[in-house]
Design a protein around this ligand. Structure first.
Ligand code: S3P
Length: 190
C-alpha cells in the first residue's frame, strides 16, 4: 500500500465542518502508512493559539491568510513531512488561489454530507467559531449553498458520505486514488 502516493503527492480531503475529514484522514493514514496532516492543527501550532482564539484575537481574514500561506508552503516543500493525507479546514476552498494549489497537491476528495448529518456531527463541537450561534442549521445551510460549487470545482472526486462508515469512505478513496495516481490529469502534474 505504501506505493500508493508518488513522491511528494497527497490525498487532500475537503468539505464542510463535520463531514469527517479528520476521522477519514486518520483512518486513511493508518491504512496507507502515509502521515496525517491537518491544516487547522498546523496553523494552531504555528501561531500558538487554538482556532477560536485565532478568530477572536486575529480575526477571520488573518486566519484565511494563514491558510493560504500554509498551502503555499506545502506546495513548495513536497517532502515526506509535508505530504501524505491532508485534512483541510472547511473554508480552505474560499480563495481561488487556494483551489488551484489544493488541486496541485494531489488527489482532492470532497466528503459531501447532508445537512441533518452535519448538524448532528457538529452538535457538541466547541472549537468551531463559525458555529458559535443559536441557529446552526441556517448557518450550515448558508455555508453549504455558498461552498458546494467551490468544493465541486476543486475536487477530483465527490463522495456522498452521509450514510457511509469511515472505513467505507476510506475504501472508496483508495480505489479511486490508485487510478488517479496511475494517470493524473496532465495539466496538474507538478
Ligand atoms: C472553518 C472550518 C474549520 C476551521 C475554522 C473555519 C470553516 O475546520 O478551519 O473553524 O470556515 O468552515 P473544520 O472544517 O475542520 O471544522
Amino acid at each position: 500500500m505504501s506505493s500508493l502516493l508518488p513522491n511528494g503527492r497527497s490525498i487532500v480531503l475537503i468539505g464542510l465542518m463535520g463531514c469527517g475529514k479528520s476521522t477519514v484522514g486518520r483512518e486513511l493514514s493508518r491504512a496507507t502508512s502515509f502521515p496525517f496532516l491537518d491544516t487547522d492543527m498546523l496553523i494552531e501550532e504555528q501561531v500558538g493559539m487554538e482556532i477560536p482564539q485565532i478568530f477572536a484575537e486575529l480575526g477571520e481574514p488573518r486566519f484565511r491568510a494563514l491558510e493560504t500561506a500554509l498551502l503555499n508552503y506545502l506546495r513548495d516543500n513536497p517532502s515526506s513531512r509535508s505530504s501524505g493525507i491532508i485534512a483541510t479546514g472547511g473554508g480552505m476552498i474560499l480563495r481561488p488561489e487556494n483551489r488551484l494549489i489544493l488541486r496541485s497537491l494531489g488527489f482532492v476528495v470532497w466528503l459531501d454530507v447532508d445537512l441533518p448529518n452535519l448538524l448532528s456531527r457538529t452538535a457538541r463541537a466547541q472549537n468551531r467559531p463559525l458555529l458559535h450561534i443559536e441557529d446552526r442549521e441556517s448557518r450550515l445551510r448558508e455555508l453549504m449553498d455558498i461552498r458546494s460549487p467551490l468544493y465541486e470545482q476543486t475536487a477530483h472526486l465527490r463522495i456522498n458520505s452521509s450514510n457511509l462508515k469511515a472505513s467505507q469512505v476510506v475504501d472508496l478513496i483508495l480505489q479511486h486514488a490508485h487510478t488517479f495516481f496511475a494517470s493524473p490529469p496532465s495539466n496538474e502534474a507538478t
